[in-house]
Design a protein around this ligand. Structure first.
Ligand SMILES: Cc1cc2nc3c(=O)[nH]c(=O)nc-3n(C[C@H](O)[C@H](O)[C@H](O)COP(=O)(O)O)c2cc1C
Length: 352
């Protein structure tokens, strides 16, 4: 729990500064490869969130599923920022027949006191970091697991814990197979290269070399991460060389009942709620989307491990000392004048 002194300020903002404040928080949402595939237009009591289609991963994410989930995470963060200011957000999620690139419209006029839960979640928006690697031995408490499952349900998703050892091993093996297949696909590798940067880069998007370990930490079963360093030796050095007990953590699947664009927005909102809730308890989260970017492993996960739902992301949770940092573009880079949305391509979803 952060101390009171560490809590973010809740400035009593003039009405015409609220939207700018909200966008400045929303950009701290997680996004696939840190593409930050969003832009916003704003006026005094409304923000429109658009998918920035030029930032979609055309090889890994042709349908825009991960892009839309990332926008969902930004939407949740924007809603939370409004709550931190004491406003009651009203969100209308896509589709918008008039402009298919709109992900959501957010408005606010009523006020209500912020709750302790919302305040604690909001305090983690800029602090939380994606973990990549193994976890320490401390288990995730059953109370936190219950809160995460309940939270996901509030956003229209399901957080399904994989408790069976055989299923964990099978899931790890699907991630391993998917990661190997993706590394053999030169177009996919080039796309990862485009969204990573060398140490010391001034870039404000993509995955920086300060965000992942230089040497992958193996666990049993092993859940391999993305190859962001692509053989360049980039990444963070280990904190200690002393042998220690390291685990793959609590493994879960974030799923939705359907697989339309609106489900992807919900999955993104649920994801950010999970990440922030875990963070309030000192629990970090690793994400794996590799097997969901390929037809066969995605279908296997859907039919055998998702309880009839559609898998949207594999998560691992645990405790660990985190030193990773990340980067974001400035709010000015993503806040556009009204009427300049990001393009006409529709986000329709599919039933894969
Ligand atoms: C839909 C989605 C998929 C993601 N997939 C992965 C993944 O497969 N591997 C990974 O290491 N991180 C994954 N991430 C985490 C992002 O890389 C991370 O959010 C981004 O780099 C920003 O860093 P931060 O979360 O530490 O702020 C994913 C995030 C989202 C929203």
């Amino acid at each position: 729990m952060p101390s009171a002194a560490e809590e973010p300020e809740r400035p009593d903002l003039p009405a015409d500064e609220v939207a700018g404040y909200v966008v400045a928080e929303a950009v701290w949402a997680p996004s696939v490869h840190n593409t930050q595939p969003w832009c916003f237009t704003a006026d005094t009591e409304q923000i429109r969130l658009y998918a920035d289609l030029g930032r979609r991963l055309t090889v890994a994410d042709p349908d825009g599923r991960e892009m839309t989930m990332s926008c969902g995470a930004a939407l949740f963060t924007a809603r939370l920022a409004l709550r931190a200011l004491g406003y009651v957000p009203e969100a209308r999620v896509l589709p918008d027949p008039a402009d298919p690139s709109v992900v959501a419209e957010l408005s606010w006029s009523r006020q209500a006191a912020v709750t302790e839960y919302e305040r604690r979640l909001f305090s983690q928006v800029r602090r939380r970091r994606t973990h990549r690697g193994a976890f320490g031995p401390a288990p995730v408490s059953p109370a936190l697991v219950a809160a995460l499952r309940e939270g996901a349900a509030r956003d229209g998703a399901t957080f399904r814990i994989i408790t069976d050892d055989g299923q964990r091993t099978a899931l790890a093996s699907l991630i391993d197979t998917a990661e190997s297949a993706l590394r053999r696909n030169s177009e996919y590798v080039q796309e990862v290269v485009r969204w990573t940067s060398p140490p010391g880069s001034p870039r404000r998007d993509g995955v920086p070399a300060t965000a992942y370990p230089a040497r992958a930490e193996r666990t049993d079963p092993d859940f391999p991460g993305r190859d962001f360093a692509h053989g360049c030796g980039w990444g963070l050095p280990p904190l200690s060389t002393a042998p220690s007990f390291r685990t793959s953590g609590l493994v879960g699947l974030l799923t939705t009942p359907d697989n339309r664009a609106a489900d992807w927005v919900n999955a993104g909102q649920a994801l950010q709620r999970i990440l922030l809730t875990a963070s309030t308890c000192g629990v970090a989260v690793a994400m794996h989307s590799q097997p969901l970017e390929l037809d066969q492993p995605r279908e296997l996960i859907r039919s055998r491990m998702s309880g009839g739902n559609y898998p949207q992301l594999v998560l691992r949770l645990g405790t660990v000392i985190q030193v990773a940092t990340s980067v974001r573009r400035s709010p000015a880079d993503v806040l556009r004048s009204p009427g300049t949305g990001s393009g006409p391509k529709a986000l329709t979803g599919n039933s894969k």
